[in-house]
Design a protein around this ligand. Structure first.
Ligand SMILES: *[C@@H]1O[C@H](CO)[C@@H](O)[C@H](O)[C@H]1NC(C)=O
Ligand SMILES: *[C@@H]1O[C@H](CO)[C@@H](O)[C@H](O)[C@H]1NC(C)=O
Ligand SMILES: *[C@@H]1O[C@H](CO)[C@@H](O)[C@H](O)[C@H]1NC(C)=O
Ligand SMILES: *[C@@H]1O[C@H](CO)[C@@H](O)[C@H](O)[C@H]1NC(C)=O
Ligand SMILES: *[C@@H]1O[C@H](CO)[C@@H](O)[C@H](O)[C@H]1NC(C)=O
Length: 412
């Protein structure tokens, strides 16, 4: 099953829940009531045909005759309020007892579709979880801009053995975008998937956090959601996770079970690999839920990684988090993904003189140790990349995402 093809997608409304879900919840309630009140139903049908302009009718505060929109969504329920099966007294995920609809099985996303013969051949000789890599778009856009598409291409280019999944959360994928088309036309190992967050997390450790806490109140809630979803994803399926602002410059598959240091004191959560169901990631998810703080910058991302490493590695030397190897999990040195620190973002945009020799033109910090370059989108996004320029960002794009570079406008 390819979820991107047959899924009804929608955008998140202000309170975080898709408006349409409300409608279908009410429809289900209505169905339940209707079954017991056959005669009244008949009565309502008569009324609706007599007054065709009435779209729905309210009955006992929770009966809405379906609009066309509701029809197509009948099988889905809002996981925040549906009844869990396991208790005698039906209660929802947040422990409320006024739920009315039983929870259905969530949709599943299978990163190894059985019906993809090329994938099977390619992965035939690999351990199952060697093959996955994930990017996750959580802002509700079903799109990738040129810079994000460059990150995706560079990973697919340098790692043809990885199946690269770009997960669009609660967003309709805009298939007419030239960035997306260019990626799928040129790389058999890239797949776009549109997923419903509620379905995706159903039954997982973060289900309760998502539905029953106030994580949405801050202006950076999208980051917080993204921090949770990346952990959950590598936990569920095993594989690599990368932020959409990392340009890969060489294969990453030599490295497994890692996070990457930014400097001697900070580990980031922007590049991760973990085997499926890895206990380190489980620990991280539990920490995420327990210590979640919606107001502390970094608390749920880099700081979390640091806390969990300390626990996992038995008080790792906090003065030198760089290069740490703990049993079953590693910290890659800063040179691997952070050759440019967040204080040095301008390095990406330094112009080279046209008369410089080839040797001088090489980028001094782009050494053989670099696997990917985190370009700190938050800080670099407003600096223009001129296609005809010779600064480092431009040169990395030209070399490591050639197809996206070729379709990018003069300034991107
Ligand atoms: C269910 O109960 C909770 C409190 O327990 C309340 O806040 C909520 O509005 C109720 N939901 C419905 C649909 O009645
Ligand atoms: C999809 O992308 C095209 C091309 O950029 C744009 O014209 C269109 O408005 C987009 N559609 C949606 C639904 O965003
Ligand atoms: C989570 O959200 C809060 C409040 O909006 C924000 O201050 C914090 O930086 C976010 N946490 C992250 C990005 O780790
Ligand atoms: C390159 O050109 C600039 C100005 O045009 C000049 O200052 C510089 O010395 C030249 N460098 C070399 C290596 O020739
Ligand atoms: C590079 O492109 C920019 C923007 O299109 C333009 O302003 C600039 O003159 C160009 N530079 C060269 C050397 O062609």
């Amino acid at each position: 099953m390819n979820p991107s093809k047959n899924k009804t997608s929608y955008l998140i409304s202000n309170d975080g829940y898709p408006g349409i879900i409300k409608c279908r919840i009410h429809y289900l309630k209505c169905c339940q009531s209707i079954l017991g009140r056959y005669l009244l139903v008949k009565f309502f049908i008569v009324i609706t045909s007599a007054f065709p302009f009435i779209i729905f009718i309210q009955w006992n505060n929770n009966c809405y005759l379906p609009t066309n929109m509701c029809d197509t969504l009948m099988t889905k329920v809002d996981r925040a309020t549906c009844c869990l099966q396991h208790s005698n007294q039906p209660e929802d995920i947040c422990g409320r007892f006024n739920c009315t609809v039983p929870c259905t099985e969530p949709e599943t996303f299978n990163p190894h579709p059985q019906n993809d013969p090329t994938l099977l051949t390619r992965h035939a000789n690999q351990e199952d979880n060697k093959g996955n890599a994930f990017f996750i778009e959580t802002t509700g856009n079903g799109a990738l801009n040129y810079r994000q598409a460059c990150a995706v291409e560079s990973l697919a280019l340098h790692n043809p053995n990885l199946k690269v999944h770009v997960l669009f959360m609660d967003a309709t994928i805009n298939q007419s975008l030239v960035t997306l088309q260019t990626l799928v036309e040129n790389y058999a190992n890239i797949q776009f998937v549109s997923l419903d967050v509620g379905e995706y997390i159903a039954g997982t450790l973060i289900d309760h956090w998502y539905h029953c806490t106030d994580w949405r109140r801050g202006s950076y809630h999208v980051n917080n959601l993204s921090n949770a979803l990346r952990l959950l994803t590598v936990y569920k399926y095993g594989g690599y996770y990368f932020d959409l602002d990392i340009i890969s410059v060489r294969p990453v598959t030599y490295y497994r079970n890692f996070v990457a240091a930014v400097d001697r004191e900070i580990v980031n959560n922007n590049a991760i690999h973990a085997d499926q169901k890895h206990p380190f990631i489980e620990m991280a998810i539990k920490d995420f839920i327990t210590n979640f703080s919606p107001d502390l910058w970094g608390n749920n991302g880099p700081d979390l990684m640091f806390r969990v490493l300390q626990k996992w590695c038995n008080d790792v030397n906090t003065e030198a988090i760089n290069y740490v190897t703990c049993p079953g999990f590693n910290v890659l040195p800063a040179s691997s993904f952070h050759p440019v620190t967040h204080f040095e973002v301008e390095k990406l945009f330094v112009q080279r003189m046209a008369n410089e020799t080839d040797k001088e033109k090489s980028i001094s910090w782009l050494t053989k140790k670099v696997v990917g370059v985190h370009v700190w989108n938050r800080m670099s996004k407003d600096a223009p990349i001129y296609k005809n320029a010779t600064h480092a960002y431009n040169r990395m794009a030209r070399d490591h995402c050639p197809h996206i570079f070729s379709i990018a406008p003069e300034i991107f």
